[in-house]
Design a protein around this ligand. Structure first.
Ligand SMILES: Nc1nonc1C(=O)N[C@@H]1CC[C@H](O)C1
Length: 250
């Protein structure tokens, strides 16, 4: 997976390029990240990358010419590196809310150029002319688009074949089945009197699978019933959820 990143702080992305699952994927060449910093396109002595908003008010916007130059350079490189025109996405609270479905769509589409805003954001005319899609990681305001960009890239990278050591762990992740994840346990068998559920010590893989699915369904029912709305459950899933609800009511 190739991703172009437009950011004033490319060094922030060390968090995903040098650590963990994504860092390994980069070192193995399964993921390639390339960076364009608008500051490199500044021609003035102070290498200005921000500008004042028309209409006044607090805060600044990203300067148009340096941002556009960086986006255009990233677009060109995307086509050169992948042979396909990129999808340019901008992270902002005004965007479509990112969820696993959205991650899957983005990961399976054209190569991505991810634009990370700073200050109060970017000129609307750039959104109209240079941005293909606007995405949000949630209803809160951050200092920059770099963390949202890393969230998106990390989630997309996990879907690239071979990135996860044990491919199933992607499937068992929350939201891959559209359900919340089941509880997980590791050594020791008891912590302050709290024991690991016996089924997980039984070695009965079929029972363990059913227990985990039941817990996922039950947790989703308790914590995120919206995820179950309009969702058709298999006969097994329906039975397990009904069992969970009965036990919960006791
Ligand atoms: N929530 C979010 N999901 O994606 N991006 C954000 C976000 O808060 N962006 C900041 C707004 C102004 C600053 O430029 C960056």
């Amino acid at each position: 997976m190739w991703v172009g990143v437009v950011s004033l702080f490319p060094e922030m992305f060390d968090a995903i390029t040098r650590h963990g699952v994504t860092g390994r994927a980069v070192s193995q060449g399964r993921i390639a990240l390339e960076f364009w910093n608008p500051r490199d396109y500044a021609s003035d002595r102070h290498r200005t990358v921000d500008d004042r908003p028309y209409g006044g008010g607090p805060g600044m916007l990203m300067k148009v010419d340096t941002l556009r130059a960086a986006i255009h350079a990233a677009r060109e490189r995307a086509s050169e590196a992948t042979g396909r025109s990129p999808r340019v996405v901008y992270l902002s609270p005004q965007g479509r809310r990112l969820d696993q479905q959205g991650v899957s769509e983005l990961a399976s589409g054209p190569p991505l150029v991810v634009v990370a805003g700073r200050y109060e954001g970017i000129d609307e005319r750039i959104v109209e002319s240079d941005i293909d899609e606007e995405w949000s990681i949630g209803d809160y305001v951050l200092s920059g688009g770099e963390l949202p960009a890393m969230v998106l890239i990390d989630a997309a990278a996990r879907l690239v074949p071979g990135v996860l050591g044990h491919q199933d762990s992607a499937v068992e992740d929350s939201f891959n089945e559209g359900l919340l994840d089941c509880p997980h346990y590791t050594r020791p068998e008891e912590i302050d009197g709290r024991r690991v559920p016996d089924v997980l010590l039984s070695g009965h893989h079929g029972e363990i699978r059913r227990w985990r699915l039941k817990q996922s369904l039950g947790r989703t029912w308790l914590r995120r019933p919206d995820l179950l709305e309009g969702r058709s459950l298999s006969a097994e899933q329906q039975k397990l959820l009904e069992e969970f609800i009965e036990e919960y009511a006791l």
